[in-house]
Design a protein. Structure first.
Length: 304
């Protein structure tokens, strides 16, 4: 084997290798629907009451009418399909809220892509709906400026959801607080396999929290922390915890600042039998750091 260094309350709507690869490389809004990111929270009770009184064939159309937004034709026509891609539709918070109502009772949709829609606080409705939904396995919420409110609800969802396998949260302004909440959800989750947190604002404290969360989780196989704000202290704590994890196979931490934390990485590599790919590209590692990592690889029992 060659080692390469390289929602308000839920709405009820009635409807009729085992190779180790390390990559090290050197290198020097969509328009929103009506309302801003905080609208909808004060009117949810009214929306809920109206929907409860109606028997409808398409709950999405009804929800859009109640919320005062224009339905997305592609979603309305494919609401029972196994996969829906809604990139760049400018859904906004209320558009996400309408989709969340559908997700609560949907039993056919498995893959949903809502990337680049600026849904902001609307992600909280998605999170709450997935505490109920039992069919969705892939959710892409990349580039939606989710922030704390949505991050907290999505994290809480992880503690209850038993079917989601892939969660993509790239580019959502998520920081240490959101990462800490996600870590709590990860501790209780047994089904999520892929978590992408790249291009966010997670720092040292968030990285340490995520590492601690992974101590109790052996189901996650892939974690992407590319382009965050994690430095040596954060990675030292992260890998110190990660030594106790037996499931993570692919980890990307490039474009951060590893610095003097390479000893912790080396110690992690000595102990783990799970890691297959570790991407350290452009992570500010010096020659001494590379030596420490190489020594860890020499003793890694999963390398042949």
């Amino acid at each position: 084997m060659t080692t390469t260094v390289e929602v308000p309350p839920p709405l009820e709507i009635e409807e009729p290798e085992v190779a180790v690869s390390i990559f090290v490389e050197d290198s020097d809004a969509a328009d929103q629907q009506q309302g801003d990111s905080n609208e909808g929270w004060e009117t949810d009770l009214a929306v809920d009451e109206i929907l409860k009184r109606r028997t409808v064939q398409n709950p999405y159309i009804t929800a859009c009418k109640v919320l005062g937004i224009v339905p997305v034709t592609h979603f309305a026509q494919n609401v029972t399909a196994p996969e829906i891609v809604l990139k760049h539709y400018g859904l906004g918070p209320k558009g996400a809220q309408a989709i969340a109502y559908v997700l609560e009772g949907n039993n056919t949709l498995a893959h949903l892509d809502l990337s680049d829609n600026w849904i902001e606080s609307g992600g909280a409705f998605i999170g709450r709906s997935l505490q109920i939904n039992r069919t969705l396995v892939h959710l892409n919420l990349a580039n939606n400026r989710l922030g704390l409110q949505s991050g907290v609800e999505l994290a809480e969802m992880l503690a209850f959801n038993a079917c989601l396998k892939t969660l993509i949260l790239t580019g959502n302004l998520l920081g240490d607080k959101e990462a800490a909440h996600l870590a709590d959800g990860i501790k209780q989750n047994t089904t999520l396999q892929v978590l992408n947190l790249s291009r966010n604002r997670i720092g040292d404290l968030g990285a340490i929290a995520l590492g601690a969360g992974l101590v109790s989780n052996d189901s996650l196989r892939e974690l992407d922390l590319t382009w965050n704000e994690i430095r040596a202290r954060g990675f030292a704590g992260f890998f110190s915890h990660l030594k106790e994890n037996g499931g993570l196979a692919r980890l990307s931490i490039q474009e951060n600042g590893i610095g003097d934390s390479t000893q912790a990485i080396g110690a992690y590599l000595v102990k783990t039998n799970a890691i297959q790919q570790l991407n350290l590209s452009n992570a500010q590692i010096g020659d001494a750091g590379l030596v420490a990592i190489a020594k860890g690889l020499e003793q890694n029992s999963s390398a042949s």
